[in-house]
Design a protein around this ligand. Structure first.
Ligand SMILES: [Zn+2]
Length: 81
């Protein structure tokens, strides 16, 4: 099997506007284990609105991530259609 090394160019995605839609997910909350549904942009939520209210401050999330910095990955799990 032949192999060779090629150069992969770095590229950036230009800033642009994109219209995204909310979706209503039906799921089981990881905290209270109740079947629930929640309308959200992007990824499937893990918690119901009473365990994780929509206006919850994101401070705790940022704080916990401070310990493990990692490269940002582009989220492509948003429906584009
Ligand atoms: Zn819950």
């Amino acid at each position: 099997m032949a192999t060779k090394t090629i150069d992969v160019r770095e590229y950036t995605v230009r800033a642009h506007k994109r219209q995204i839609h909310t979706r209503i997910f039906h799921f089981v909350c990881k905290e209270c284990n109740q079947a629930t549904k929640r309308e959200t942009f992007g990824p499937r939520p893990l918690y119901c609105e009473s365990c994780r209210p929509p206006q919850a401050p994101k401070k705790s999330v940022q704080e916990s991530r401070k310990l493990k910095p990692h490269a940002m990955t582009y989220k492509s799990d948003i429906d584009l259609d």
